[in-house]
Design a binder for this molecule. Sequence first.
Ligand code: URA
Length: 300
Amino acid sequence: MPRTLDPELRRALAARIRYYNEMGIYDFYRQPLSDRSGEGPISVDEAEIAISINQPESGEEMNPRKAAAVAMPVATEGDENIFEVIALKPEQSVSDPVKALKMIREDLGDCTRCVLHKQGRKQIVFGVGDPKAELMFVGEGPGADEDEKGEPFVGRAGQLLNNMIKAMGIEREQVYIANIVKCRPPGNRTPERDECATCSPFLMRQIAAIKPKVVVALGAVAAKTLLAMNASMMQLRGRFYDFRPAGVRSNNPDWDGCKLAVTYHPAFLLRDPRQKGEAWKDLQMVMKELGMKAPAKGAE
Ligand code: URA
């Protein structure tokens, strides 16, 4: 028999979960409530302890197995899904990804949710490409060229990304490209953790709208934010993760998440071209997953 929660408790927990979401916390572990020691009705605090927040302490290194669990929390049988209290996002009622992306863009508006809006950004860089793409690339954040043009990866790193995409035998227009943060950090600094946490829910919604088969995280910021884990590039690369966009409840029986691979950021490859071969190995793994024919030559 599935357990039902007292409506009052359910409402209180929903409010608590929304509160955490607003702080950028989306992933939770559920412990079976049968593990509880006390008698009598469950209190909000007790229920909340049973749904412990899954945020690594800074500096903590999570191993990839744990990361997969983080990226893909699974309900246990007979356990009421308290996460259903999280309302569907407005775009989730439309099946057309073009419309869904437009709705997400409208929701983003002239965003002032984090400090980046007042630190010299010229415009929001939402994302570009095929709204029905099977393959998505996610970078860190816009640089000066992207800020100027309003499009991700149009500068030198973008040229290299284009070459990498070409080397896979496809065109830039066939993939979707976005960033963890949509506004240029001043001086091209690395986006802060809270900026990533504030902005990435919109990216998660974009991913859920596009429903790709594979997401490629370009560099450590993209990988760590998408997977909600702290690990080195060496630990992160070389395998697929089962990925579901955090904080977005799936209402689509045809799309239950996708694969996620991690590779080097093109800007890093410009600084250390010797790593291009390693990046090419990552892309070949992706091509295999997508059933793409490997062209004879790697990225230039
Ligand atoms: N670097 C990124 O991470 N994203 C861009 O859009 C451009 C450079």
